[in-house]
Write a protein that binds this ligand. Structure first.
Ligand SMILES: Cc1ncc(COP(=O)(O)O)c(C=O)c1O
Length: 273
């Protein structure tokens, strides 16, 4: 297996970054996860736009998108697989042990791992921890994901594949690695970006393609919603069959099933929507 580091392809067994990389010591980095189907990345332009937005939000230099594109192509060509999780990681680079950033410039790593198609339906839990809708890094896809690691581990303990957060004022926000949609009286709703959720690429496509509305919703909407679904790069649109102790009947419901169909059709029209 090969990955991209320091401007070229390297063997994953021997590729090394500094143990003082600020991404490692303080989580000073950003990333993107891109779906790659038979070696071809999906929605890469949107992912690279978000990578730049995240870099600017963190005060990192703009990533060289020509290099990132070359790296993605090289890594995908070197590691053929039917469904890949292409991972772009961009950090503050070698630096001091504290929160000040060093002078060495950023680290860019592009790697790919095999992935499997997700099931059409899944179980989720809610967690008591909050998303901060007013933080310095809210809405940025940073590598500081330890809160998500803890919440996802809680979900796994309870036989679920995702944990959903409310924000600090009790509104529905997002999952550890997904956005959430609910169906109320036949209409699709998802929390607005002001809730503190990530501007998911899949979320944006689903809003565009289904006309879903951005609506502030209390966390408790999960107790009454007719249907619930998740979106993310590797889930696409995935129906929720259980939230905590509540089992939803007839999953996927009709509105979710239609959203899944529309997503598949529109995604099939072109690789870079
Ligand atoms: C916190 C969080 N929310 C939402 C998403 C979904 O975003 P996307 O559709 O761009 O994968 C992700 C992505 O993995 C995420 O990490």
């Amino acid at each position: 297996m090969k990955l991209w580091l320091d401007g070229g392809l390297q063997d994953i067994e021997t590729a090394r970054v500094s143990v003082f990389d600020h991404g490692l010591t303080v989580g000073d980095g950003i990333f993107e996860t891109v779906k790659a189907v038979h070696g071809r990345p999906f929605a890469l332009t949107r992912h690279l736009d978000r990578l730049t937005r995240s870099a600017r939000g963190l005060g990192l230099p703009d990533p060289d998108l020509d290099e990132v594109r070359r790296a993605c192509t090289a890594v995908l060509d070197a590691n053929p697989m039917p469904l890949g999780r292409l991972r772009i990681t961009y950090t503050g680079g070698h630096g001091p042990l504290g929160s000040d950033r060093g002078e060495h410039g950023p680290t860019l790593v592009v790697a790919v791992g095999e992935s499997a198609r997700r099931p059409d339906a899944t179980a989720v839990i809610t967690v008591p921890w909050t998303r901060n809708e007013r933080g310095a890094v809210t809405g940025l896809k940073t590598t500081s994901y330890a809160e998500n690691v803890v919440a996802l581990a809680r979900a796994r303990e309870q036989g679920a594949s995702e944990a959903l957060f409310a924000n600090t004022v009790g509104r529905l926000c997002e999952g550890t690695g997904s956005n959430v949609f609910v169906v109320l009286d036949g209409e699709i709703h998802t929390p607005p970006l002001a809730s503190g959720c990530l501007a998911g690429i899949t979320r944006a496509l689903v809003v565009e393609w289904t006309g879903a509305q951005e609506t502030e919703l209390p966390l408790s909407v999960l107790e009454d919603a007719d249907e619930i679904f998740l979106t993310s790069t590797l889930r696409d649109v995935q129906a929720v069959q259980r939230v905590d102790g509540r089992r939803l009947p007839d999953v996927p419901g009709p509105v979710t099933a239609k959203a899944m169909r529309v997503f598949d059709e529109r995604a099939g029209d072109g690789l870079d929507p």
